[in-house]
Design a protein around this ligand. Structure first.
Ligand code: ADP
Ligand code: MG
Length: 339
């Protein structure tokens, strides 16, 4: 009898707990050339995820390089003249230029003519010849972008074009996370292609577990735990083509206008700001392991995971205790980078 009562009590308790577990809401959308998926919990979760999906569409309209109504398109088609843009775009370009400077130009938001020449925007892939690449590299120079703060205008030398592809999803993550919080949601996971942006913790109080994809295989090779942060990955496996036995990917070295070959297969950056994480993940992929460590030591305020060509893994000190190998990563060598 007593056992039965105890069983009844447990049943009632688990029913109560399941009633209390916050409801999960999710929404999917296709924006910025990638599938985005948003999950949020609790009473305001539904409002939060539908607002996020709508906002992603708005940001694409503002920042797309191919949409004629976008601010970026207008700047790129101004033939060297000043172009007025929205305050939001103006501020974003300013922040991006600072980031390009901090990365010593490994990140360069004027790479568009080169990105297009390789066919990465259209899917009509080709390998530009040596002479063409020299010309393309000469047209990548973030220091030539002029800003007129008074009138919110941007000017580029003729022949140069902006491409915010390396940072736009990170910026969108920041904006959508802010929107989610303002909608009243306390817990959310925003997935924007290779970018993950988290709000708070999981509803059960544990940290979010973000998988790091195996750049050479299927599935994950590691897991990193985060809270209220972004985790952004750039890798050569995300968009590439093959020609005459060679693989060419979409992250270019601004110095050569050709796919960056630094020995890094993927770079994951973890930090508070999605924009910075996105810009830096692209930059670290271009810079390689040694320069990545140097940048981390001088800039700080971010952590990273590099998967190198020999299969080994590097993580920065701040990720110790939050990082674990999993799946195809089991047994790999992990080197911890310290200040
Ligand atoms: P993804 O957008 O696939 O997640 P990234 O954030 O690394 O990957 O951005 C890559 C995109 O950024 C390319 O598709 C291209 O449009 C642009 N790009 C390529 N190389 C550079 C570079 N060195 N600096 C800035 N933008 C770049
Ligand atoms: Mg990036």
């Amino acid at each position: 009898m007593r056992r039965l009562r105890c069983l009844g009590l447990m049943l009632a308790l688990s029913l109560l707990l399941s009633c209390c577990a916050p409801k999960e809401y999710s929404a999917q959308t296709f924006a910025m050339d990638t599938v985005m998926s948003f999950t949020s919990y609790g009473r305001e979760g539904e409002r939060a995820v539908s607002a996020a999906a709508a906002e992603a569409g708005r940001l694409e309209g503002l920042l797309s390089v191919t949409r004629p109504e976008s601010d970026i398109y207008a700047v790129n088609h101004a033939a060297g003249a000043w172009t007025q843009v929205s305050q939001e775009t103006f501020d974003l370009i300013g922040r991006c230029l600072e980031l390009c400077r901090a990365c010593g130009g490994a990140l360069d938001i004027t790479a568009y003519p080169a990105v297009r020449a390789w066919g990465f925007t259209t899917g009509e892939y080709r390998v530009p010849g040596a002479e063409e690449r020299v010309d393309l590299a000469a047209r990548i120079d973030y220091t030539a972008v002029e800003l007129d703060r008074e009138q919110c205008r941007v000017r580029l030398p003729e022949g140069m074009e902006l491409d915010l592809g390396a940072v736009a999803k990170g910026y969108a993550g920041d904006v959508l996370a802010g929107l989610t919080v303002r909608s009243g949601a306390e817990s959310a996971m925003l997935y924007l292609g290779g970018n993950v942006h988290t709000v708070g913790r999981k509803p059960d109080g544990s940290l979010w577990r973000v998988g790091v994809q195996d750049p050479q295989g299927e599935g994950y090779l590691a897991v990193v735990e985060v809270e209220n942060q972004a985790a952004v990955t750039s890798g050569g496996y995300q968009r590439f083509f093959e020609a005459e036995g060679e693989t060419y990917w979409h992250i270019l070295d601004p110095a050569s206008a050709a796919p960056a070959r630094s020995g890094v297969l993927s770079a994951t950056v973890v930090g508070d700001c999605g924009l910075v994480c996105d810009g830096l993940s692209t930059a670290l992929f271009v810079l390689g392991a040694e320069e990545a460590a140097r940048l981390w030591r001088t800039l700080g305020e971010f952590e990273y995971i590099l998967i190198l060509e020999d299969g080994s893994v590097q993580i920065t000190q701040g990720l110790e205790g939050r990082f674990s190998l999993a799946g195809s990563g089991e047994g790999r060598e992990v080197q911890v980078i310290r200040p």
